[in-house]
Design a protein around this ligand. Sequence first.
Ligand code: NAD
Length: 311
Amino acid sequence: QLQRVGFIGLGNMGSRMVNNLINAGYEVSVHDVNSDAIEKFSKKGIHARETPFEIAESSDVIVTMLPSSSSVLDVYTGPNGLLHGGTLLRPWLLIDSSTIDPQTSRRIAAIISKHTLKEKKGSLDVPMMLDAPVSGGVVGAEAGNLTFMVGGPEEAYLAAKPLFLAMGKHTIYCGGSGTGSAAKICNNLALAISMIGVSEAFALGQSLGITANTLTKIFNSSSARCWSSDSYNPVPGVMDGVPSSKNYDGGFSCKLMAKDLGLAAAAAEDMRLNCPWTRQALLTYSELCKAGHEAKDFSCVFRHYYSGHDE
Ligand code: NAD
């Protein structure tokens, strides 16, 4: 039922996710505004389409993996977008895996609910929408072990699960429309704040005469233990293989962290929730980007704010 997949957005994440879908035997057609990104696939004999609408016309399910809320809206509602051509829709399931704000996810789901299917799927005559952002980064996309956080109708989630598992290892159903997007930005918000917290505490500890290695042992067997201390330590030399030990190269960039914090800050404002640490974390990562570190891993907050030396 979900054999023909239309995939839009062939960047760092999307291109790797498409490879895993193809390897799993799905019949994939692709679209991107960047012709170089498309060419990599058309050279391998994968169907490339000129517009999102053409993708919609030849697919049972659509997956979008795009940079921003505005690009997702454009692909759905723009000229020659997925929804171009009235209220009849070919694909019965639309999945957006981009990291965007929950409000936009809900808005698109509401627009889609006003459509009907060109061809009924069993008893289903309206298309369904899932917001299904991922964690795991480029490495997880390549290895096919992403985690999908999914919001939308539960029956759609259950139907899409095999597709998610072709690109990932874990899927978590979060609830109604927009809750997948909410889960993603909340996870990254907590991650940013914990990374800044661990960095600040380590800087203080070091200046008080405790080595980073000793403090790591203390944290990891005490109540301050967290992913930023036990799996992704920001202090160079404490752990092998993490970005802090590779000049903060690779990993999850400050630019993407600042983007996700911007989404969290906007959502908090929308909800009229006072979130001072969200604002502070956004400011910190925006400053890092402005200072030229946007491509560095987000754990470089330790080096630039606290260790007193720059690149
Ligand atoms: P990217 O910038 O590498 O790729 C985005 C692709 O979308 C590009 O190929 C671009 O040409 C294409 N695109 C942009 N606008 C378009 C449009 N209107 N129509 C068609 N194609 C369009 O981004 P990425 O790193 O692959 O990330 C994609 C999404 O996944 C983002 O929302 C990002 O926040 C999220 N994400 C990224 C990571 C990561 O580590 N890179 C991790 C988790 C989530």
